[in-house]
Design a protein around this ligand. Structure first.
Ligand SMILES: *[C@@H]1O[C@H](CO)[C@@H](O)[C@H](O)[C@H]1NC(C)=O
Ligand SMILES: *[C@@H]1O[C@H](CO)[C@@H](O)[C@H](O)[C@H]1NC(C)=O
Ligand SMILES: *[C@@H]1O[C@H](CO)[C@@H](O)[C@H](O)[C@H]1NC(C)=O
Ligand SMILES: *[C@@H]1O[C@H](CO)[C@@H](O)[C@H](O)[C@H]1NC(C)=O
Ligand SMILES: *[C@@H]1O[C@H](CO)[C@@H](O)[C@H](O)[C@H]1NC(C)=O
Ligand SMILES: *[C@@H]1O[C@H](CO)[C@@H](O)[C@H](O)[C@H]1NC(C)=O
Length: 505
């Protein structure tokens, strides 16, 4: 059954591409016909007019009107074709081909999705680069878009070199109009590795473009430029600057400044200010009050804030989350020993008896590992906190953990980026080495779902129980993070003083 359906689809695809090919040939024939008519007109004019106007001094030949030669310059031929079509309606373009057939034509207008939208291009060593971007998803599903890369040395004397490419589509098929593409471009020997500078060009090809020949011609673009003396290869072999780097997903919506404040203080304390760095991506969620919460940590150099709001122009999965996590991977691949992927409503917790450092060292034989989720209620608070809950931190007052069984819960992950070629949201699928999920009893994360984009007081129900069922879900009291709140507040005060004391929900 499946096979038959597939074959049928193939057939349909074939016949529809044939139709389009016929259409393209006709468009060329159409021009030829027009040009031939013009030629005859001019020939007649030369015979009838006694003097020769200068524009007739050119000699015309039908062979110079060949569509094959003009299609070698696709952009000019397709755009003059479009200009020609624009002045005639499709109906006006119909021609009686012979006494039996009315030849129909198809007018193309505009272009629905870009062939490639570059977000970043990064060197990954003496011979290799990654170019990260978006590309039309139907093109990748139904055609075979392709990429080629060239290195052009800055000195102009040395010859340019062609690399080998392969593409990774890291978004698990979740793309929408656009899908994420990581183009890996690797050269047979080092390029620009002596710091002599150069330019990396990528040619993107639609790979058939749904059967339309002009659209199959590649577009070449400058992906990366290195000024002479700007690269130092020791970066790629030296130990990374940071032990832990946080790559955040795009933040959007009306985020709670107080929740972001708590999250940051907690994780800077856990990761260690000297050993870590946090990259926050603003997709519209970092409004002025959230920015004030980030400001002291940005000024201390522990947080980098990137404005990625423009990605909203391109319809991908979840504010282009997969694009952003892949850009972050390659951007920081050589400055971090480990990259953490989780969200700002999630709190990483290392079990007592371990420190983050000893635990991470014990994981070094794995390229990546995943972390189990502890889902927390975003509504249930303690009766004894009623009245003072407005001044308490979320991790302090939200103490009920969802213990419903039989639910597959998302995990988050940590990866050694030098072994990774692309990133996912819950896991990477493109890496060298091993993955483990056996981290129970060592590390977990508390997830306060529904608290981060809520600017109201989260406590809705005040209860006094160690176990209860609320809205059909069983909960148990879990004070794990509540017990740490005091030390996190002290840590924040020690590092940045009391500038954030007036932060609101
Ligand atoms: C293609 O056409 C454009 C516009 O007419 C022109 O600038 C360009 O040089 C042509 N390229 C080639 C390869 O002929
Ligand atoms: C199309 O029409 C416009 C305005 O009437 C004219 O300027 C232009 O030259 C025409 N183009 C062609 C290709 O006939
Ligand atoms: C490209 O792929 C090769 C082979 O998997 C890998 O060694 C290299 O690190 C990759 N380059 C980048 C920049 O990811
Ligand atoms: C190489 O060529 C480019 C473009 O033609 C020019 O801008 C650049 O100055 C040249 N570089 C050298 C070192 O001659
Ligand atoms: C490259 O960086 C290393 C370490 O930071 C430094 O020792 C070396 O001098 C640098 N090399 C050049 C050519 O700048
Ligand atoms: C909570 O319950 C315990 C015993 O079940 C009781 O001693 C305590 O007073 C209660 N606290 C509040 C705030 O109601």
């Amino acid at each position: 059954m499946l096979k038959m359906a597939k074959e049928k689809k193939e057939e349909e695809k074939k016949s529809s591409s044939n139709n389009i090919m016929v259409g393209v040939i006709w468009n060329c024939a159409d021009i030829k016909f027009l040009m031939a008519t013009l030629l005859i007109f001019f020939l007649l004019a030369t015979l009838l007019i006694p003097f020769k106007p200068p524009f007739l001094s050119y000699s015309y030949s039908l062979s110079s009107l060949s569509c094959v030669s003009s299609s070698s310059n696709s952009s000019s031929s397709s755009s003059s074709l479009n200009r020609f079509l624009q002045n005639k309606t499709v109906e006006q373009q119909q021609e009686q081909q012979d006494s039996l057939v009315l030849k129909r034509s198809f007018a193309t207008v505009g272009s629905a999705a870009y062939l490639f939208i570059q977000m970043g291009a990064y060197r990954g060593g003496p011979t290799t680069f990654a170019v990260i971007g978006l590309s039309s998803k139907p093109l990748h599903v139904y055609s075979n878009p392709d990429y080629a890369c060239t290195w052009v040395p800055a000195d102009n004397a040395s010859a340019s070199v062609s690399g080998q490419t392969y593409k990774i589509l890291p978004d698990w098929g979740y793309g929408r109009v656009y899908t994420v593409v990581v183009v890996n471009c690797t050269f047979p020997s080092p390029v620009g590795a002596d710091g002599s500078g150069g330019r990396l060009f990528v040619t993107a090809t639609a790979g058939g473009g749904g059967g339309d020949a002009p659209a199959a011609v590649g577009e070449k673009f400058l992906a990366l430029e290195e000024a002479p003396g700007s690269v130092n290869m020791s970066l790629y072999s030296a130990p990374p600057k940071h032990d832990y780097l946080y790559c955040g997903s795009p933040l959007y919506g009306g985020l709670s400044p107080q929740r972001v404040r708590e999250w940051l203080a907690y994780h800077v304390k856990l990761f260690g200010e000297e050993r870590s760095h946090f990259v926050i991506h603003d997709a519209g969620g970092v409004h002025p009050e959230v920015r004030e919460v980030l400001r002291p940590w940005i000024e201390r150099g522990v947080v980098t804030l990137q404005d990625v709001r423009d990605q909203e122009r391109f319809d991908g999965y979840y504010h282009n989350q997969f694009l952003v996590v892949n850009d972050c991977l390659h951007r920081y691949r050589f400055t971090a020993r480990w990259i953490f992927y989780f969200d700002v409503d999630e709190f990483i917790y290392v079990e007592p008896g371990l420190t983050l450092g000893t635990f991470m060292d014990s994981m070094s034989k794995y390229t990546q590992f995943t972390i189990e989720q502890m889902p927390m209620s975003s509504k249930l608070c303690l009766k004894e906190d009623a009245g003072k809950n407005g001044r308490m931190w979320g991790m302090e007052k939200l103490v009920y953990r969802d213990v419903k069984r039989g639910i597959r819960r998302d995990r988050k992950y940590v990866i050694q980026p030098r072994n990774a070629f692309a990133a996912g949201v819950h896991l990477s699928q493109n890496f060298d080495g091993k993955t483990t999920h056996k981290t129970e009893g060592k590390i977990k994360y508390f997830h306060y779902h529904g608290t981060i984009a809520n600017r109201k007081e989260p406590c809705r129900e005040f209860v006094n129980a160690t176990e209860l069922t609320f809205e059909g879900t069983p909960y148990v009291r879990d004070d794990t993070l509540r017990k740490l709140a005091g030390s996190v507040k002290m840590f924040e005060a020690k590092k940045i003083g009391s500038v954030l004391r007036r932060t609101r929900q």
